[in-house]
Design a protein around this ligand. Structure first.
Ligand code: ZN
Length: 460
């Protein structure tokens, strides 16, 4: 069952919190207030909320807390929640080859269980909007995209479901086994049907759909071209993996006679309506093409480290004006599944470029909020705390034993341990309270996910 938005005349008031709005000027309040009206932000400012407000259903004392926009996750594979802890010491291609046969045995029930585990980890770490790139569709496995959408809806996360795809198996020079890929025409028909059935383009949408062929080494050139045409005809966005590893770059040069970015350009895959995961192996010319076209990047620092892929050039991307957001990536290559911790990991990993200001604390928070909103094309609706935007907010407790002595509350969030969440609002609804999901029994999610992982493992 879907979580219903609060009544349009109902107000929630949060006072006495430090507030990082992440607006265009990075406005902060040491002790401020936010008023939510229905599912939107009515006001934000210094000091207490205005007196005499009608319809105040709830007041929260934010003393000892930092209030930020909800975090935005730009890259994930929810189904991987039930294949965590496998292929622990492998680079991407070996890891994929080890896991493809297991993934090719998933079905709708398993996807639903895995989705709820992934979505729970996101919500419990401050994420209010997420995309999920699902690209494994075994024949006869049921309605997998529908299963993930149902699973997310029950938890109340704002969602972009990505209809992924693979049609280049081993016999066509690709990496996945032939039984794990689909037919090109079937993919295009299913992609169009998914947009028609689920994509809600209206303001405040809780569910959008985008098209997402998986990667150059698992997708035919024809499918890349036709997916781009279809997405533009239907008015939805495009997503894929790009420039993740040195091996992928080599693959592209051998098969297409050019590197990944030039290949994407040749297939119509650069533009403001496109974002790509990873973008680790990019030269200056690649970066300039992304900047010129407004192509977005989902930076996934933990997954890139886990698979020894390398360090994306985020400071150079930001300097060039490339839109950059953060991603957890699938939890088979980032077992934590938390988005909040990626703020810290992005900052630390980018400083390994050798500059202490490569990414500042506030830039890291911006990547995880407004940066992600822009990458998903929703910068007018989410990503900052401003009147008229959707009421997606995280209230972090920073006066506990782990944080109370850290001088700056934003540094407490980004540099310290991930603070406990006193409340997480999505669309005006408190979907996390005192660190626990308030929409569903999270212990049931844990049991169901464990059972699903065992079921899938037993399929061989
Ligand atoms: Zn990925």
């Amino acid at each position: 069952m879907a979580v219903q938005p609060p009544a349009a005349d109902r107000r929630t008031v949060i006072e006495n919190a430090a507030i990082a709005t992440v607006d265009a000027r990075d406005t902060e309040y040491a002790r401020g207030h936010v008023v939510l009206l229905g599912n939107t932000i009515e006001s934000v400012g210094d000091g207490p909320a205005p007196a005499g407000l009608d319809g105040v259903a709830r007041r929260i004392d934010g003393e000892g807390h930092l209030l930020t926009p909800g975090l935005v996750n730009t890259h994930h594979h929810f189904y991987q929640w039930i294949t965590r802890g496998l292929a622990q010491d492998a680079i991407l291609f070996d890891w994929l080859v080890a896991l493809y046969p297991t993934w090719a045995r998933i079905d709708a029930d398993l996807v639903r269980a895995a989705t709820q585990g992934s979505a729970a980890a996101l919500l419990k770490s401050g994420c209010t909007t997420a995309s999920d790139h699902h690209y494994v569709f075994p024949r006869g496995a049921g309605d997998l995209l529908g299963a993930s959408i149902d699973g997310v809806r029950e938890l109340g996360l704002r969602f972009t479901a990505l209809r992924g795809s693979m049609d280049r198996g081993r016999k066509d020079g690709g990496l996945p086994p032939d039984h794990a890929v689909e037919d090109t025409d079937e993919i295009l028909a299913a992609s169009e049907a998914a947009v028609d059935r689920w994509h809600d383009p209206s303001p405040g949408s809780m569910l959008q759909v985008a098209l997402a062929p998986c990667s150059p080494f698992s997708v035919s050139t024809e499918l890349m071209r036709q997916s781009a045409e279809l997405a533009r005809r239907k008015g939805v966005r495009l997503h894929t993996h790009g420039s993740e590893t040195a091996e992928e770059e080599e693959f592209c040069k051998q098969l297409f006679g050019m590197g990944p970015t030039d290949y994407f350009e040749s297939t119509g895959w650069l533009g403001e309506d496109v974002w790509m995961a990873h973008c680790v192996h990019m030269n200056d010319s690649d970066l300039a093409k992304f900047a010129e076209t407004g192509t977005g990047v989902a930076h996934c620092p933990s997954s890139n480290a886990r698979l020894a892929a390398g360090i994306a050039r985020v400071p150079a991307m930001l300097a060039a004006g490339v839109p950059v957001g953060l991603g957890v990536d699938g939890t088979a290559s980032n077992e934590s599944g938390e988005l909040g911790t990626e703020l810290r990991n992005a900052l630390l990993i980018n400083r390994l470029h050798g500059r202490p200001d490569a990414l500042t604390v506030r830039q890291a928070l911006r990547l995880g909020t407004m940066g992600g909103a822009r990458v998903l094309g929703r910068q007018a609706e989410i990503g900052s705390i401003e009147p008229g935007k959707l009421a997606d907010l995280a209230l972090w407790k920073v006066d506990g034993v782990l944080h109370s002595s850290i001088a700056d509350p934003v540094a407490a969030l980004v540099l310290g341990a991930l603070p406990p969440l006193t409340a997480l609002f999505v669309n005006g609804n408190p979907v996390v309270e005192h660190g626990r999901l308030s929409t569903v029994d999270e212990d049931r999610i844990a049991r169901t996910a464990a059972r699903a992982a065992r079921t899938l493992a037993a399929r061989g």
